[in-house]
Design a protein around this ligand. Sequence first.
Ligand code: GSH
Length: 194
Amino acid sequence: MKFYHLPTSCSDAVHAALKITGEPFDAIAVDMAQKDDSFLKANPLGKVPALMTEDGPMFEGGAINLWLSQRHPESNLMPDLASPAGAEALKWLFYCYGTIHPVWVRFFFPQRIAGEGDAETVQKLARADLIQNYSLIAQPLENSRFVAGDDMSLADLYLAATLHWEGAIDNVLSEQFPALARLKSDVWANPLIA
Ligand SMILES: N[C@@H](CCC(=O)N[C@@H](CS)C(=O)NCC(=O)O)C(=O)O
């Protein structure tokens, strides 16, 4: 299958899952300034990550990664979804995709919200929301190595991918929440991913 991605974007979480599962793939780094037809066939919205599988296009990173985890249960990327650990992993996975990621979009592209209005204020509010949102997901990491226990899950992959961007807010997340700094280096040092 073909994997459309952009290094240091949210597609890194899918890239990591592809490597861990051993799913064969061709990685294609997308030129966002010139989105070609094959990429737009994989995701008509022109966003990464996207896959062109033998059965057709697939997009939305969370869906792709859940699909990969079910195709490769031996990779242990998600606990049994009906178990208590599965509930935790799902909760934090959706928190990253549905709550944290959109706030980064507000931060990086404030004019998409503000239009002709006050983009600076939109960005300032997004920064404050980011700190509050990460303070919540840092809590489980005070008591366990990963967000849903001692095994790494898809939630950790996605959390680590979003932490690539904290340089834009002076690395305040790693500074304020050492557990996040630990998680970030733990995930990216994993020999299956690196
Ligand atoms: N909900 C989508 C979001 C995808 C997304 O926003 N990807 C960003 C990179 S992190 C992108 O491709 N942005 C390009 C753009 O918005 O034009 C997902 O989780 O896959």
